[in-house]
Design a protein around this ligand. Sequence first.
Ligand code: NI
Ligand code: MN
Length: 225
Amino acid sequence: MVEVRFLGHAATWIKGNGVQILIDPFLEGNPLAAAGPDEVEADLIVLTHAHGDHWGDTLRIAERTGAKVVSTFEIASYASARGAEAWPMNIGGTYAFEGGWLKFFPAWHSSSFPDGTYGGMPMGVVIELAGKRIYHAGDTALFSDMRLIGEVGLDLALLPIGDTFTMGPDDALRALELLRPKAVVPIHYNTFPPIQQDGEAFVARAEALGFEGQALKPGEALVLE
Ligand code: NI
Ligand code: MN
């Protein structure tokens, strides 16, 4: 059993097999955040890229929880230079941990820290936990190699639908056709004025294509059994 809790924007908290994974924990300053940086626990903090709305409270959470930061070489180096335990990786790499594994895939975007430091290539990630495979696309445009990611066999895809900085709903539906996950949850929308979208309408369109979907409100979770 895996619990996937949406914390707002792209922040996602995944728990299963006794492991807690936080993805892109932008909580303080996130108008939609469903938890504060002192209210989450993590063994691993996985970062898709370095933009402030993803990097967020990584250092603060890593310091309090002892979580290991797993991301690009550049992001891991930045984190470890600031006192966090980190594991440097890059696109294509797999990281095995007690209870599961994760693998990084490309994303079409950019990646720099709020201070301008280069963050390496932006990424998406597939996490396997308790036999379930979850894809968090990070910030990305639609790209046809999503078909290769889908060949992994996905139980759930978390896809940005906000438009402006990432795919919008139309392209996210095309991404679904390539990824063929059992279920989809829209993310990276409604946090700021330029990314206003209707999550329920997106899910209705996904369901019309034969996919399960849920527009999780920040703080809500779904369980993969
Ligand atoms: Ni970004
Ligand atoms: Mn973003």
